[in-house]
Write a protein that binds this ligand. Structure first.
Ligand code: NAP
Length: 320
């Protein structure tokens, strides 16, 4: 089968299209004939080598973590009823950028018949991060939310989910006024630039969902209301500065909370239930899958260049 591999960690040019043996599903796994694979910030971090210290991925690693397609084979212990079903699947740290991908049966969600594979890989991973990120922040209807780094795959879903769940305000930081306008169409009420300049709600935020972290993170602590909660779900701008902890303690009297959030901490049954609900909402048109572009698999280098250049609003999708 054809697959994309990381030959050299670093820039997008380290990716290559190669021929690999067809994978075989092991016990508890299925094989999916891949129709679409989502490409986003997680893939670029892996390709750059930035996550090498945390996640062991060798040279020849196949990137891509979320796929949609049809189950073509099942491993030991998996019900044959899965064969021929259209599913969304999480492959784990990689293996998705290929014509066929192996996915644990616990990481499958059935797709509604009218949801395209491209829409599924746009909603599936990012929508769940948005949902559980807000839940981790103990977001409640009527509270105000800031989504930092809102123009990416996770951001566009989090904005929609916060608006749909009854936030009193959904502010965003984003890289251009044009993106701000598009985010308003998805439910944003206030648009700030990446530094946080712009008109936000005067009382600040109950919740910050942060996809960027980086040097600017402490500035956003100051915008939390008393008992406000900041949850970092991504590190697109790198780790926060060392003085972050001191800044947090300096705000002691405001009883702020800071947390990180990873989908790895969510039980599989909860992930599957939320994905099924979000796929149904997307097929009813209540959630928008923001697909910037669908490219053939062999254009993975171009896809990663677009992501690295900050040209992607929502999600990029590759189709084998
Ligand atoms: N917690 C989890 O379980 C989980 C799961 C999957 C992924 N992630 C992580 O979530 C992050 C984002 O993923 P994604 O798929 O949404 O990525 P993405 O589609 O590439 O979007 C990231 C967005 O972050 C913003 N951004 C990028 N660089 C920035 C910078 N230097 N400063 C401020 N904002 C910046 C941009 O938005 P604007 O143009 O609007 O500024 C960009 O569109 C990654 O770090 C990924 O590893 C976490």
């Amino acid at each position: 089968m054809k697959a994309i591999v990381i030959r050299t960690y670093g820039g997008p040019e380290g990716l290559a299209l190669v021929e690999l043996p067809d994978p075989v599903p092991g016990a508890g796994q299925v094989l999916i004939g891949v129709e679409a694979v989502g490409v986003g910030g997680f893939d670029t971090l892996i390709r750059s080598g930035a996550l090498a210290a945390y996640r062991a991925t060798g040279t020849g690693h196949v990137p891509g973590s979320e796929v949609a397609g049809t189950v073509t084979a099942v491993g030991d212990g998996v019900e044959g009823a899965w064969l021929g079903r259209r599913v969304w699947g999480f492959t784990g740290i990689g293996g998705g950028c290929a014509e066929q991908a192996v996915v644990p049966v616990d990481e499958l969600t059935l797709l509604p018949g009218d949801l395209s594979a491209a829409d599924a890989v746009t909603v599936g991973g990012s929508g769940a991060v948005g949902h559980f990120g807000l839940a981790h922040a103990r977001f409640a209807p009527g509270e105000s939310v800031l989504v930092r780094g809102a123009g990416g795959g996770i951001g566009v879903m989090t904005v929609q989910l916060a608006a749909r769940a009854g936030a009193s305000a959904v502010a965003v930081t984003t890289s251009s006024p044009e993106r701000g306008e598009r985010l308003r169409e998805l439910g944003a009420t206030h648009v700030l630039d990446r530094s946080g300049t712009g008109d936000g709600p005067p009382d600040g935020y109950d919740v910050v969902v942060d996809i960027a972290a980086g040097d600017a993170l402490p500035e956003f602590l100051d915008r939390l209301r008393p008992s406000g909660r900041m949850v970092v779900v991504g590190i697109m701008a790198g780790p926060p500065p060392v003085e972050f902890g001191a800044r947090m303690l300096a705000a002691f009297e405001r009883s702020l909370s800071f947390a990180t959030f990873s989908m790895d901490s969510v039980p599989g049954a909860d992930r599957r239930a939320v994905r099924a609900e979000q796929f149904a909402a997307a097929s009813r048109g209540e959630l928008r899958a923001v697909v910037q572009e669908v490219l053939p698999l062999q254009e993975a280098v171009s896809a990663h260049r677009k992501l690295a250049a900050g040209e992607v609003f929502g999600r990029l999708v590759l189709t084998p």
